[in-house]
Design a protein around this ligand. Structure first.
Ligand SMILES: Nc1ncnc2c1ncn2[C@@H]1O[C@H](COP(=O)(O)OP(=O)(O)OP(=O)(O)O)[C@@H](O)[C@H]1O
Ligand SMILES: [Mg+2]
Length: 360
């Protein structure tokens, strides 16, 4: 059987550039090379696209960018190319057809439907959620509205545009305090990941600072009541009738799971399975499947919840391209459910072909 050519795209302009590099290293290490020829495309923080042909070890730490063999390369939107265009050092160009793309990009321009739009145009099958599900899950205001419509329990929330806040800050604060009368409140830019721009406000002064911080990240600001509970997550895999892993739990070392607690603070812990009853675990899994389907997710997603001591299950968010490092919850939950790294990657690739209506 001929090998299929898979492109892994990593890096990107988002605030999660570094995490993406580590995720991509892991993903690449799990792709079976007897079946696939791997092409790696790195996007720098300034948005330059390169075909990288050097060692896998240089991806995680960013030194791949210095490789002198890097050539500018990008996905062509035209389906006639069905792959990438490479610009050689002497200015000549080359076409390299691809069978499938695995976008290992977190956050803006990678996980939000934009790259997925380009891949739709190119007609190249790709791993993960499509345009709409990616965009809706990336935008926390849209996600909450969709959950509300689907009847999925979540924290009470309100939102406004940052320009509304600039025009009339008092009105926005009054609206937030009227709808969510009890501090602390969580303030989030609608479009952000890895907790960037998120704050917990304990009083009005902090609320104002938090809104100003969030407004730097995005044009829509989400405010939520604060939920006291365990942070429980499920890994979901599939197109229709998805498979849901057993739930895991994160125990942040900080007051909440901020960027530092996620990536720098070794005190944060993962528990697999989550410390909840079997009955609650079953309900969490059912809700994860319902949310995944309601938002039209495909391929994979990590669905994150709060579970309170009273047994309330509240959906927090869906991550369509969750962290994929060797210590990340998504691959760990799948492994705990019997699907190990390379089997998981192969399954994800075959789901991409399945969605595109192609047989592998
Ligand atoms: N309504 C809430 N009540 C209590 N804690 C919250 C609430 N919203 C967020 N948090 C805390 O803040 C963290 C980050 O929030 P959230 O998961 O919404 O953002 P994120 O940046 O999208 O994270 P991710 O990297 O998981 O995509 C959560 O893991 C949780 O610890
Ligand atoms: Mg989160």
């Amino acid at each position: 059987m001929d090998k299929k050519r898979i492109a892994v795209i990593f890096g990107g302009k988002s605030s999660e550039h570094e995490v993406s590099r580590v995720s991509a290293s892991y993903v690449i290490s799990q792709i079976p090379t007897e079946k696939y020829e791997i092409v790696t495309i790195g996007i720098t923080k300034t948005g330059r696209w390169f075909l990288y042909t050097g060692a896998l070890e240089n991806i995680a730490d960013g030194t791949w960018e210095k490789d002198e063999n890097n050539r500018t390369a990008f996905i062509a939107p035209a389906p006639s190319v069905h792959g990438i265009i490479i610009i050689n050092k002497d200015g000549t160009t080359e076409k390299l057809p691809l069978d499938v793309v695995f976008p290992v990009l977190h956050g803006k321009n990678g996980e939000d439907g934009t790259l997925q739009g380009l891949l739709e145009m190119s007609e190249i099958p790709y791993v993960g959620c499509g345009v709409l599900a990616s965009a809706e899950c990336m935008d926390k205001v849209s996600t909450n509205i969709m959950f509300e419509h689907a009847g999925i329990d979540q924290a009470k929330f309100t939102w406004f545009y940052s320009y509304e806040y600039e025009e009339n800050a008092e009105k926005c604060i009054a609206k937030a305090e009227a709808e969510l009368p009890e501090y602390p409140l969580f303030v989030k830019p609608a479009n952000a990941g890895s907790s960037v721009g998120i704050s917990k406000a304990h009083n009005r002064d902090e609320l104002i600072k938090a809104i100003e911080k969030a407004a730097k990240e995005d044009s829509r600001i989400l405010i939520e009541e604060s939920i006291v509970g365990k942070e429980v997550e499920c890994a979901v895999l599939g197109n229709k009738d998805p498979f849901v892993s057993i739930p895991g739990q994160i125990a942040p070392a900080a007051e909440f799971y901020d960027y530092d607690a996620k990536y720098n603070n070794a005190g944060s812990k993962l528990f697999i399975p989550a410390h909840i009853s079997d009955e609650l675990a079953e309900k969490v899994r059912k809700t994860a499947a319902a949310a995944y389907t309601a938002l039209g997710c495909e391929g994979l997603s990590r669905v994150d919840f709060f579970v309170t001591d009273e047994g309330r299950i509240l959906l927090n968010e869906i991550n369509t391209l969750p962290g994929f490092t060797s210590i990340s919850m998504y691959p760990k939950l799948m492994a705990a459910s019997g699907i190990d790294g390379s089997e998981l990657i192969e399954k994800l690739i075959s789901l991409a072909f399945e969605r595109a209506g192609k047989n592998v």
